[in-house]
Design a protein around this ligand. Sequence first.
Ligand code: GLN
Length: 487
Amino acid sequence: MQLTNLTICEAHELLTTKKISSVELTQAMLDRIHEVDTKVKSYVTVTDDLALEQARKADERIAKGENVTPLTGIPFSMKDCISTRNVRTTCSSKILENYVPQYNATVTDKLADSGAVLVGKTNMDEFGMGSSCENSAFFNTHNPWNLDHVPGGSSGGAAASMSASLASFAIGEDTGGSVRMPAGFCNVTGIKPTYGRVSRYGLIALVSSFDCIGPLARDAYDCATVLEHIAGHDPKDSTTYQSPITNYTQNINQPVNKLKLGIPKEYFVAGMEAGVESAMQEAIRAYEKLGMEIHEVSLPHTKYGLPVYYLLLFAEASANLARMDGTRFGLSVSENAKDVIDIYLQTRHEGFGDEVKRRIMLGAYALSAGYYDAYYLKAQKVRTLLRRDFETAFASVDILLAPTCPTTAFKLGEKTSDPLEMYLSDIYVVSTNPAGVPAIALPAGFSNNMPVGMQLIGKHLDEQTLFQVAHAYQQVTDWHKRNPEIS
Ligand code: GLN
C-alpha cells in the first residue's frame, strides 16, 4: 500500500480504524515531496513543522473520537493565493515574495477546524494570470506525466501536487479555468463551484466578480467531501449564498438515467486535437450506456466568451492590483525615491512580471474615460448574453459536457512568446466564470500519452448533479486511477 496514493475516503477509513496514523501519512507525504518535488516543482513552500504538529493534533482527535470529520488527519496542498497565517503567501509574485499574512482565509480556517493537515503552498501563474504556470516569478512547474510539458494554469502547482501524489487533495482557485484546465492536463478531478458558494475571504483577489475557490482531488467523491467542508455562507464575504450546503456525498450514488446531457455544438469545432475529440465521443457513449439522454444544444455567444472574459479580467485585475503599491505589504522599493509616487513606480516596476504588467495596462486602458463605454460596459452587456445562453440551455438539459482544453498539455516554452495563443487554450473554460455556473473537470482518457480532460457544466448551485454525473462516469471508467511514473 502506497500511503501517498490513497483517496481521502480510503485514508479516512485507515485512520479511523487506527491502521495508520496521520503522522505516518503526513510524514510519507513530506518524504515524497522532498524526493519527487525536486523534479515536479509543485510547491513554493513546504510546511513540514506545521504539518506534523497538525497531524499530531489530528491523531489525538481520532484517539479521543472527538470531532472527527472525513478530512481529519488528511494532508493537503493550498494554492499560494489563499491566506495562511504565519505561512508566506506569495501569489508566485516577487511583490509578495516575503509576505506573511496575519490572518487565515475562511477556507484555511474551515480546513483547520475539520482537522485537515496543510503540507504546503503550491506554485501558480503570478496572481493567477496564465494557463501554464510559466508566469510564476519563481520557477516552472512540470507536468508529472511528462516533465517537458506544462501542468496547465494557473493552479498548475495544485494539479501537479495531486497528480504526483504529493497531497491527498489540493485547494485551487478558478477565475477562468484555473482549477479545471490544469486538472485536465494532469489527470485529476477538480471543481469550480458556483460563484458565491465558497467564501473568498482571505483569497488575494484577481477578478472579484469571477473568482471561486475549489478543490482538486483523485475523484469526484473526494471533491464532494472537500466541498462540503469549505462551502457555505460567510459573514465576511457578502457574495456568499445563504442557502444551506447539500450533503453531496450522501446522494452521490443517485442514478443518472433520468438526466439529460447537453452537447454544446459551439464547443465541438475545428481545432480540437483528434485524440481529445475521440475521448469526448467515448465519454458521450459511456453516458448513453448509463441511460442518459443526449441532446445537442447551442450556446450561441460562445465566440465572445474569450474576449469578454479577458477584457473584464484586465479591468478588474488592474483595479484589484492597485493595492500592491509598496506602502502596505509585500515588496517596497524606496531607494532614492523622491516621493510616494516614486515608491509606487519602483515597487511595481520591480515587483510585477511582464504578463501582470501587460494586463494592468490593458485594464487601465479599457477603464479610461472615453473607452469605458466602448469596452468595459459593452463587455458587461455581452456577459449577460453568455449567462442567458446557459440559462436557455439548462431549460432543456440538466448538464453540459465539453473538453477542458482543445489539446493535451503542451510543451514548456511552446506558447510563452505569444500571449494570444496562450489565452486561446482557455476557450472552453472561461465562459462559466462570467456566467457564475459550476463546472467539474475529470480525467477522460489519453491522447499521445498525455491526459485528456473533460468538463461537466451544471446549473447554478447544482453541484449535486455535477458530482452524481461525474461519479457515475468514474464508476465505469478507470482513467482517474492512473498515476504517472515520474522519470
Ligand atoms: N488562464 C486564465 C487566465 O490567464 C486563468 C485565470 C484563473 O482562473 N486564475 O486568466
